[in-house]
Ligand binder design. Structure first.
Ligand SMILES: [Zn+2]
Ligand SMILES: [Zn+2]
Length: 92
């Protein structure tokens, strides 16, 4: 008998990939699913976008900073912040 390399279907792109090159992960529908390396890279990139830092400006401290959390590192306030170059005063 000829031993064939196990192939699995990528959950995302439905391509047949070698099991050794696929990444296993738990699908929401239950049971193990496989993800090819390309889709794994793509999903990692999407995750990375979620971690993009916000451009924030605290009017109280007159301080511009970048942070994932919309909290001023100096005064710990959240309502004094505005995003980017737009200040609260400009909106009023
Ligand atoms: Zn794929
Ligand atoms: Zn502040």
């Amino acid at each position: 008998m000829v031993y064939l390399k196990a192939k699995v279907t990528c959950f995302h792109c439905k391509k047949q990939v070698e099991k050794a090159e696929a990444r296993i992960f738990d699908a929401p529908l239950g049971g193990p699913s496989y993800e090819c390396f390309n889709c794994f890279k793509k999903s990692r990139m999407i995750l990375g976008e979620d971690n993009v830092k916000l451009d924030l400006y605290c009017e109280r401290c007159n301080y511009r900073f970048k942070s994932k959390k919309a909290v001023c590192p100096y005064c710990n306030e959240t309502d004094t912040l505005s995003k980017g170059n737009i200040s609260v005063k400009d909106l009023l």
